[in-house]
Design a protein around this ligand. Sequence first.
Ligand code: NAI
Length: 239
Amino acid sequence: MSRSVLVTGGNRGLGLAIARELAAAGDKVAITHRSGEPPQELLDLGCLPVRCDITEPEQVEQAFKVVEDAHGKVEVLVANAGINRDQLLLRMSEEDFTSVLETNLTGTFRVVKRASKGMLRARSGRIVLISSVVGLLGSAGQVNYAASKSGLVGFGRSLARELGSRGITCNVVAPGFIETDMTRELTETQRDSIIERVPLARYGAPEEVAATVRFLASAEAAYITGAVIPVDGGLGMGH
Ligand code: NAI
């Protein structure tokens, strides 16, 4: 396989593991990064780094042009970029709320809409949205993040219905607590209390999420769409 793949926020954490996995499977992988330089490892793998803030429509358009010129129309989109601004409701500012929605939900809408143009013409494509177990379970101090992540479930399922007849699948991956910069910010006490609630009694590895994304983007997953796949050690079971 040598498809044109785009992973948003692919310079670190889960996005980096996903980019690595798909590049190793033989795809032409482009990643977006917001600031700084992309890791050398990605350049060594032949990945194409493109600077792009998904909250800026012009930057999204420009990034797609760069990717299309280099690799052709995007055939696999992994909408991974996301942020959190945790705070209890009464202390949460409008800006904390809207910036998380603007990145995680509206930013995803923006890149998916742009990628779907080429997929509709090709009558095939794979879209994978990175949600979170928090979108299904809820989490105190994360009403903004949880709303954005459960929003992705409704968004993804609607898209699966809208684009299915054109050979485009859209699935949602809901990771639990995975070892990345985002979760390294937690205190020891917070980490211990999370692990107590996880049946597999450990954090997940980014590679475990990446392997699920690779499967959903593969030919073997051609009949899976509108699914929400947990990669959470059993934390969200039943939701
Ligand atoms: P991270 O903070 O290490 O990486 C997030 C990526 O998103 C970075 O590359 C960042 O540059 C990019 N990004 C953020 N805002 C952006 C914007 N406006 N425009 C473009 N790129 C932007 O986080 P991590 O842990 O790798 O998370 C990746 C995704 O997985 C996120 O959507 C997160 O919500 C989700 N997730 C992570 C979990 C975890 O335990 N680490 C659990 C469940 C979901």
